[in-house]
Design a binder for this molecule. Structure first.
Ligand SMILES: NC(=O)c1ccc[n+]([C@@H]2O[C@H](COP(=O)([O-])OP(=O)(O)OC[C@H]3O[C@@H](n4cnc5c(N)ncnc54)[C@H](OP(=O)(O)O)[C@@H]3O)[C@@H](O)[C@H]2O)c1
Length: 285
């Protein structure tokens, strides 16, 4: 009986992965990991084993991972800490005898102009050095990333960014979760999946669709990376995050998030969720 482990299971992607897994394998074969197992109580009630894991507590990791045959390592959220954290999980997985790892990396790693890519490249390297059979899920951006301030933007009639004319092959979290679950169950190791949406779009096209659906005129205004970072800080985003966000926006203008492979829709056996559908869902919130 194969046991499937999912780290980051308490997060937005992880919860969707658990739903997909529950449709594929018995709950008794699933171990959901999170820092706070209380967040996973609903899955525990459905028969999933829940265990605490903290990437920052390396000494606890081998025992936490004991008995896992196949592991989905969902990347953590602490910027700058992830190479160390993920390396600790991979070392512990080796010690615990985990036989397979799928890892949520970034589209275009290791050469992406998105600065965050270096953290994923370091984890990909650690996986290669571990000798554990593994597959890489090089995820593009989520559709859901573009809505943090959507109601204010509609009110102001302006969406700002530094993405220029770069096309964004985004996919919904649910699409990427379905792909991750499929690979966790079926992946053989040695594969790289470039996971992105079927249809790319530009920020100007995004603003046009928001205008159409909201009935309010919303324009896209492009800025330099530095001006975008400054405006984000002025808007209240913490100083540590603004340059990271602005860099990824600028890198998008260079094509970092465009991918026309349609690997994800082939993997999940259905078209990915169009951005217009996510806009409709988000405008209702
Ligand atoms: N492709 C994209 O557009 C995109 C966008 C944002 C992030 N990401 C990456 O994809 C990952 C999953 O996305 P998401 O939307 O599910 O993010 P999320 O909702 O923030 O979930 C992050 C998950 O990582 C866990 N985690 C964070 N630090 C940890 C630690 N030290 N030890 C153990 N677990 C830890 C969190 O546990 P807690 O519940 O305990 O906090 C949570 O389960 C993110 O963490 C990030 O690496 C991708």
């Amino acid at each position: 009986m194969t046991t499937y482990g999912v780290t980051g299971a308490s997060g937005q992607l992880g919860r969707l992965v658990l739903e997909e897994l529950l449709a594929m394998v018995p709950a008794a074969q699933i171990i959901a990991f999170g820092r706070d197992v209380g967040k996973l109580a609903d899955f525990a009630r459905r028969g999933v084993t829940v265990r605490a894991i903290d990437y920052d507590a390396p000494e606890t990791l081998p025992a936490a991972l004991a008995g896992v045959d196949r592991l989905l390592l969902i990347s953590g959220s602490a910027l700058g800490q992830r190479p160390r954290q993920h390396a600790a999980v991979i070392a512990a997985a080796k010690q615990a005898g985990v036989g397979y790892i799928a890892y949520t990396s970034i589209l275009g790693a290791p050469t992406t102009p998105i600065r965050l890519g270096a953290e994923h490249a370091a984890t990909e390297q650690a996986l290669a050095e571990s000798g554990i059979p593994h597959d890489l899920l090089r995820n593009g951006w989520y559709n859901e990333n573009y809505f943090a301030a959507i109601h204010q933007q509609i009110e102001a009639g302006v969406i700002t960014g530094a993405q220029g004319e770069g096309r964004i092959s985004s996919a919904s979290r649910a699409d990427l979760a379905a792909g991750a679950a499929k690979v966790l169950v079926k992946g053989k190791g040695g594969d790289i999946y470039d996971l992105a949406g079927d249809e790319g779009w530009t920020m100007a096209e995004f603003a046009a669709e928001v205008s159409r659906q909201s009935g309010r005129e919303v324009a896209y205004v492009n800025m330099s990376e530095a001006d975008l970072a400054a405006s984000l800080v002025a808007g209240g985003l913490p100083e540590a995050y603004a340059p990271v966000y602005a860099n990824s926006a600028h890198a998008t203008s260079l094509g970092a998030l465009e991918n026309n492979s349609r690997t994800l829709s082939r993997l999940i056996g259905r078209p990915t969720t169009p951005i217009a559908e996510t806009i409709a869902a988000m405008l209702k919130k």
